[in-house]
Design a protein around this ligand. Structure first.
Ligand code: ADP
Ligand code: ZN
Ligand code: ZN
Length: 755
């Protein structure tokens, strides 16, 4: 027998199958990782077996596989097929695609199984006489410690780890060794799975589903293999409960499920909801796991000890046999699109994967991507709706405050009179509030009042943010930190003005407004430690604070019952990015934050949640319609605009980015690429008579012209989405593949942002 092997080397020159002989004594199957001699020097190299064959046509010597790296196959059949598709769809090597399926540290054996040394009384040992051998003639112990350890081992009567013995009998290790060498204890190893869960959870019972939840869950259960559902449910409508129910059914049938959650809301609060229902069959995958935890959670899934994974984007590749369901919660989140090569979209991958396994996919959101809702309307996805909140709890009431008229009437603080008033009342009544602002730090713009000098990052083309608590100016793009200057470096004046509000300032102002308020702040500055995120949320959920202030982190998926008031300190911070999606993003963000208010009865009484949105553009469509919870109206207006102006989903953006230390080279490289791209596109589209599908090709500096010391120039290409789009994109990809220039960041299709 022979095996075709992809060597685990990320180089397009070796991106093909190599044939190896399988030695008699080895059990090698498709999907195994193997060690093979590779290259002229026969260097032992890791590889993946992608197929077996008994016929080969070769006139050269066939080398033999050295060994399998794991006793089990590391790749499931559908993962292998999925990888082949990814290599084609996202234009990467098969090796790159296969690597997505495994914890990175598995390669090169950088992480190993954890074995704990255990000891036990050897089988068949006569414990009576053995004990005697540990005593002197007069019955006193020869070594008190050895006797104690021996007695303990007899009493336990099962393998026990050395650390556990040490817990009873301090410093017992050498006594254990002595007993082993006398043959009175037998040594064994036990493998252990490192667990990322620090707490135990009690199991809960599923609630009785509402009629809307029930029909949604039934539709999913009865779905066709490969069917995609869009679960469009307002915030607090019980989408998670629909997911749990669908998973339950899948588990009962013996299958497995994947639940994707945005990294930012992958909190213990979220994972615990799944663990409470399904216990140890739940594994998690996210970037905060240690290498050992990631490997062991992966193995628990691969070995079938866990059959549900809750994870971030990359969990879409989790090794689950008989995968029958994938759920993507908050499907509109940009974090589902990878920005590193291969730049895959979790939803596209999920659609492919369920087609391979015959499973179903549920996309859930209160604010679906425009393109998802469009597909649902056109019938490509099946639309399921949860139009109301659970238990007849009303949607929160939203007030829009025009901060310009607030200023005109003499209030130049950061809280409007209405929000101040409501905050005071809320705290007085012992209820909780969330204040949201999309910027951390104290203020983000420092300027000299005399000469106008603006404090910008020395490495990037962006203003530095003032952090008051440690008197620093920080760059949020590259991490540059400097002390707050006492005087202007340009003219020496002492008059420096800081403007623009950040979360730290909100905290300070809140404490002035309500002197004894208990508040917590959650942003990247306060959530550094491994459990900081959890600690803050636990504290708030347990009533340990009146107000939680935060960035995006507080907007997503929090389900805290005492919250009756949500204040959006400024809705403008996200409105006016120079991005065609800013309206869509603002609508999503406002709807999500507003959805945190009034989600459950407080003290047995249903209280309508209250939301105050402060803005300088109260007439903006995204603000107005988010305040009315009217996604459908927003969708209709926005999609018409996109069609009229030809923006995605009716067009495709491609961006090629160059980042170089010399501005001239970056500019020249992008100009050159633009010319070649125009050529390549014409060549590809001309025979199809589709040249008019190229809307524009422009080269120039990126909106953030300099970042981390590098000048950034890009080429942006806009194409009409039509039946020739893939031909055009392939032509661009080929062109990009040929660029062997340091500083070329590759070609991205519809990147998350154009900054
Ligand atoms: P969503 O994910 O749509 O925002 P959740 O699933 O978090 O909504 O549900 C909101 C709240 O309602 C949660 O506290 C949840 O426990 C509760 N809930 C959901 N479904 C039911 C039900 N059928 N009966 C009682 N409570 C429910
Ligand atoms: Zn100055
Ligand atoms: Zn910087």
């Amino acid at each position: 027998m022979f095996a075709r092997v992809i060597v685990d080397i990320a180089n397009s020159n070796v991106d093909r199958l190599f044939t190896y002989r399988i030695p008699e004594e080895l059990d090698v199957r498709t999907g195994h990782r193997v060690l093979v001699p590779f290259g002229r020097s026969n260097k032992p190299t890791e590889g993946f077996v992608t197929e077996l064959t008994d016929v080969i046509e070769a006139d050269f010597e066939i080398k033999s596989i050295i060994k399998t790296l794991e006793p089990y196959t590391a790749l499931l059949p559908d993962q292998l097929e999925l990888a082949k598709w990814i290599a084609r769809a996202y234009d990467c090597t098969l090796c790159d695609a296969l690597r997505l399926m495994l914890p990175a540290e598995m390669r090169g054996r950088r992480v190993k199984e954890k074995t704990v040394r255990t000891v036990a009384i050897p089988d068949g040992l006569d414990t009576e006489s053995a004990r005697g051998s540990l005593l002197n003639k007069d019955g006193t112990p020869r070594s008190l410690k050895q006797l104690e350890v021996f007695d303990l081992a007899v009493k336990i009567g099962a393998p026990v780890s050395v650390p556990d013995i040490n817990a009873y009998i301090p410093s017992a290790s050498s006594a254990v060794s002595a007993l082993i060498s006398k043959g009175l204890l037998a040594e064994q190893g036990r493998t252990e799975f490192r667990s990322p869960f620090i707490n135990k959870v009690a199991r809960d019972e599923p609630p009785v589903l509402t009629p809307a939840q029930k029909s949604a869950a039934e539709a999913v259960a009865e779905g066709r293999p490969g069917e995609v559902f869009l679960l469009f449910g307002v915030t607090g409508s019980g989408k998670t409960e629909v997911y749990l129910n669908a998973i339950q059914k899948v588990l009962e049938e013996g299958g497995g499920a994947i639940v994707l959650v945005p990294e930012i809301s992958l909190t213990p609060q979220t994972t615990d909801r799944f663990r409470k229902r399904f216990g140890d069959t739940v594994a998690v995958m996210h970037s905060h796991l240690s290498a050992g935890e990631r490997f062991d959670e992966w193995r628990r899934l691969r070995l079938g000890k866990a059959r549900v994974v809750v994870g971030a984007r990359s969990a879409v590749f989790a090794p689950i046999e008989d995968l029958r369901l994938i759920i993507i919660d908050e499907e509109h989140e940009p974090s589902y699109r990878s920005e590193n090569k291969p730049c895959y979209s979790a939803d596209e991958v999920a659609i492919r994967r369920i087609r391979l396994t015959g499973g179903r996919l549920v996309l859930g959101s209160a604010t679906p991507q425009l393109v998802s809702y469009l597909r649902a309307k056109q019938g490509a996805y099946r639309l399921l709706e949860l139009p109301e909140r659970i238990n007849g709890i009303p949607m929160p009431e939203v007030e829009i405050v025009d901060m310009r008229s607030e200023f005109m009437s003499g209030n130049n603080g950061i809280f409007s009179r209405s929000l101040s008033e409501k905050l005071r009342k809320c705290v007085e009544n012992g209820e909780q509030a969330i204040l949201f602002l999309n910027r951390r730090g104290y203020s983000y713009h420092g300027e000299c009042r005399v000469c106008g000098h603006v404090f910008t990052c020395p490495n990037c083309d962006v203003a530095l943010t003032y952090h008051k608590f440690d008197s620093t100016l920080r760059c949020h793009y590259c991490g540059h930190v400097q002390r707050v200057p006492k005087e202007c470096p340009s003219c020496g004046s002492k008059f420096i003005k800081y403007s623009g509000i950040g979360t730290q300032q909100v905290e300070e102002q809140l404490k002035t407004l309500i002197p004894n308020v208990r508040c917590l702040r959650m942003d990247t500055d306060t959530t550094g430690g491994k459990t900081a995120h959890r600690d803050i949320l636990d504290c708030f959920a347990g009533g340990g604070a009146d107000v939680l202030i935060g960035t995006q982190m507080v907007a997503k998926g929090l389900d805290i019952k005492g919250v009756t008031l949500v204040g959006v300190v400024s809705a403008d911070a996200s409105l006016f990015h120079s991005d065609y999606r800013s309206g869509e993003r603002t609508f999503q963000l406002l709807t999500q934050v507003a959805g945190r208010a009034g989600r459950a009865p407080v003290g047995g009484e249903i209280k309508k949640g209250m939301v105050v949105i402060q803005t300088n553009s109260p007439g903006h469509r995204a603000v107005r319609l988010a305040a009315r919870h009217d996604y459908k109206a927003f969708f209709e207006l926005e999609i018409k605009d996109r069609l009229r102006t030809l923006f995605p989903p009716f067009a495709v953006f491609a961006r090629a980015l160059f980042e170089m230390s010399e501005e001239k080279s970056a500019a020249a490289a992008s100009d050159d690429f633009a010319v070649k791209a125009a050529d390549a596109l014409k060549k590809a589209l001309l025979p199809l008579d589709a040249e008019n599908e190229i809307l524009f090709i422009t080269a120039g500096p990126a909106p953030i012209r300099r970042r981390e010391g590098l000048y950034r120039y890009s080429v942006i290409i806009k194409l009409v989405r039509a039946k020739n789009t893939s031909t055009a994109i392939n032509a661009l990809r080929q062109l990009a593949d040929g660029v062997r220039m340091e500083g070329f960041r590759g070609l991205e299709i519809n990147p998350n942002d154009l900054l």
